[in-house]
Design a protein around this ligand. Sequence first.
Ligand SMILES: Nc1nc2c(c(=O)[nH]1)N[C@H]1C(S)=C(S)[C@@H](COP(=O)(O)O)O[C@H]1N2
Ligand SMILES: [Mo]
Length: 189
Amino acid sequence: MPLNPMRMPAGASPDIRLSANGASLTRVSPAPETPAPLVSREVVVSGCVNRRHSFDLCSLMRLPTQLTGPLDVVCLSGRTVRSASDYKGVRLTALLDIARLRLPQARDFTRAFVLAQGADGYTVMFSWHELYNTPVGVGALVVYERDGLPLSDDEGGIGLISTCDLRVALRQVRALKRLTVHLADPAPI
Ligand SMILES: Nc1nc2c(c(=O)[nH]1)N[C@H]1C(S)=C(S)[C@@H](COP(=O)(O)O)O[C@H]1N2
Ligand SMILES: [Mo]
């Protein structure tokens, strides 16, 4: 029989101490109710692409940089989540261009769309047309810096922002992990 019948959950850090007589437990930080921050260190581009590609911070920084300029991040309710002077990142389309869309038929881009997913599963969608055929694509950025500082772990590390949206907070993805390219099924004729 183990002295301490309380078992650690798998993957938990050994931050519980027994007192000298083994009777009481003292918790050492971090407290178990503090969730680990949602953070991304790389973005994987997959799905209908020729080359599945993974971009970490270094490879993102090697791509042509885009700055947003002053931006209010507003939610659907109208609440301003934050006002930033600048986000720095790269165009979402730059990542797609490197992975290269894989389209069975020449005109399949008309039904292509991209799902962008955060570490918690939060998912937003961009159509090929939005990205390549409207101003939205120019403002859809994978970002890694805000106001001259790297996005901290608490801010997700790597994110996505769509600066041309009316309510920017909604298609902002904290801790961006995945970009997957899909083809919508055409309706039967
Ligand atoms: N990964 C992730 N990103 C997300 C969300 C979320 O739940 N998970 N919520 C969205 C919503 S509704 C809002 S208002 C903003 C909040 O911004 P913040 O999380 O950067 O403060 O994040 C957006 N991005
Ligand atoms: Mo929100």
